[in-house]
Design a protein around this ligand. Structure first.
Ligand code: PEP
Ligand code: MG
Length: 538
């Protein structure tokens, strides 16, 4: 048995098979091959595998999203059988003696360029599809597994570190727990693990060996221990603790349907944070009053092109409809820093956390911003929607945002597209926003305090820097005073104030926040009932 310690990002115990996750990046190489026939059969095998994958994706999308969404995989299947495409790849391997990966990649690029230059909008859009199918074949050739996990049963995923895009791309139904050797407890990957309700450890002193795949592992997120190949006694003990933990969690179920009200009658909204449509089920199961933060940028991660208005509309509409009239606060795109998508073409920055991110990108790429706003406004016709804007530092930003919002509403109205009444708010997550919160409150209907970034920027500590985790202290008096000032100024200006950063779920501070006058706390779905219990005991 090997036992290692790590930093827990979510309590809970998971027992299952371990799977070593490898970075899913293939670096394209052009290689000279000597046996063209063998290389062509490698290609044929990879293509056959792609067809099987596309069939499975079609069935999955049909079940989860409907026929219209599933059709795309049928189109991909047709494209993969296109004679010109196939001949081009086979000829290139034969005539230029290059490896199959290279031939598929180059053919994909050439065909995509042809599609992109066409006048017809439908044909133009096929450019991304041909790139997608080519990437699928190249990945199959390189042995890269779709979703990263080649296992039938759910596993404990062991990795060096995981980026938010990698975490988003992983098939969640296959994960029991995450254990990473590196990574920070304040990173978005940790936040994602929490919202997925998956026990996880970061900064674990574990080795990453291929032979660990398939071994039994135990993740104890309660005390931050990871056991590999446990002995009988440990396994038995952990099974008992798991049962006890699950009983404790089950006891919280009796709070479903109860108010979040203190013994002296203060009522607080307890909402939940989500990153995807799949998280809505957990929000409802845990009886949150609404969604206080939908991190919409996760829609943009783990893909090669911008999500279209229609794609986004379907996602927002589904979230809003499933919430059945309960409020859904959608945060506009907060990309940049650790959340990177290559197709945005953001130049490499020395200091990305203080760089081109969030609202700064949206205000300089108004077309991208407008596409998202149109999709959100259209979804607002199906329930109760609020929008909030991340990384605000000035009044002028909000005025500009409001101009753009008005343009979007006018355009939608002229197209006779329906939309509802949408409340507008901002994230208060920079010291600048705190210091001018009195002025900002006059411009918007609500504030949501992002304590993760507010801690980072107040203390000048990169939240991604794992070696500073021990001094990244959200309880620092400077952070708490920032929160207090924001609440006071928000109320003075007529805005309600919530917290959607991770600190909102820290029950040692719940009474402090209530004393400060907080109106709403938005936390990972898994923390909703525990927070309700704390509030009811105050
Ligand atoms: C925050 O900064 O506290 C926040 C909620 O946003 P994110 O963690 O996504 O940056
Ligand atoms: Mg933030």
């Amino acid at each position: 048995m090997i036992s290692c310690s790590g930093k827990s990002v979510l309590k809970g115990i998971a027992i299952g098979k371990v799977y070593l996750f490898k970075k899913q990046e293939y670096v394209l190489k052009q290689e000279k091959i000597s046996d063209a026939e063998a290389e062509i059969s490698r290609f044929e095998e990879a293509k056959k595998k792609a067809v099987v994958q596309l069939d499975a994706l079609y069935e999955k999308a049909l079940k989860e999203a409907g026929e219209e969404q599933a059709m795309i995989f049928d189109v991909h299947k047709m494209m993969i059988e296109d004679q010109d495409y196939l001949d081009s790849i086979r000829n290139m391997i034969k005539e230029e003696s290059v490896n199959a990966e290279y031939a598929v990649h180059v053919t994909g690029e050439n065909f995509a360029a042809v599609f992109a230059s066409m006048d017809d909008e439908y044909m133009k859009a096929r450019s991304a599809d041909v790139l997608d199918i080519s990437k699928r074949i190249v990945n199959n050739l390189a042995g890269i597994v779709d979703g990263g996990i080649d296992s039938e049963e759910p596993v404990i995923l062991l990795a060096d570190d995981l980026s938010p895009s990698e975490t988003v791309a992983i098939d969640k139904s296959k994960i029991l727990a995450f254990v990473t050797k590196n990574g920070s407890a304040n990173s978005h990957t940790a936040i994602l693990a929490r919202s997925m309700n998956i026990p996880s450890l970061v900064k674990t002193d574990v080795e990453l060996k291929d032979e660990y795949t398939g071994m039994t592992g135990i993740v104890n997120g309660i005390d931050g221990t990871f056991y590999l190949d446990p002995d009988e006694a440990t396994l038995e003990d952990m099974k008992n603790r798991k049962e006890a933990w699950e009983k404790e969690r089950a006891a919280l179920q009796e709070l479903i349907g109860k108010d979040n009200v203190t013994t002296d009658g203060r009522r607080i909204n307890v909402y939940a944070n989500i990153g995807s449509v799949e998280d809505v089920e957990k929000v409802l199961k845990n009886d949150a009053g609404g969604i206080g933060l939908f991190r919409s940028e996760f829609i943009y991660l783990g893909r090669d092109t911008y999500p279209t208005e229609e794609e986004q509309f379907e996602i927002y509409k589904e979230v809003v409809s499933r919430m059945g009239g309960k409020k859904v606060i959608i945060r506009t795109l907060d990309i940049g820093a650790d959340k990177q998508a290559d197709y945005f073409g953001i130049p490499k920055e020395e200091n990305p956390a203080m760089g081109f991110r969030a609202i700064r990108i949206c205000l300089s790429r108004v077309d991208v911003f407008k596409t998202q706003l149109r999709a959100i406004y259209r979804a607002s016709a199906f329930g109760t929607v609020s929008i909030m804007f991340p990384m605000i530092i000035s009044v002028s930003e909000i005025r500009r945002i409001k101009e753009i919002v008005e343009e979007v509403k006018t355009e939608l109205a002229s197209e006779e597209k329906e939309f509802g009444n949408v409340e507008l708010g901002i994230m208060v997550e920079t010291p600048a926003a705190v210091m001018i919160s009195e002025e900002l409150a006059k411009e918007v209907e609500f504030f949501s305090i992002g304590t993760n970034d507010l801690t980072q920027y107040t203390l000048a500590i990169d939240r991604q820097n794992q070696s500073l985790d021990n001094i990244y202290d959200s309880h620092h008096p400077a952070v708490l005073r920032m929160i207090q000032m924001t609440i006071e100024n928000g109320h003075k200006g007529g805005a309600w104030v919530g917290i959607c950063g991770e600190l909102g779920s820290d029950t040692t501070l719940t009474k402090t926040f209530i004393d400060m006058g907080i109106d709403e706390l938005s936390v990972s779905p898994t923390y909703v009932l525990g927070l309700r219990k704390t509030i009811r005991e105050i």
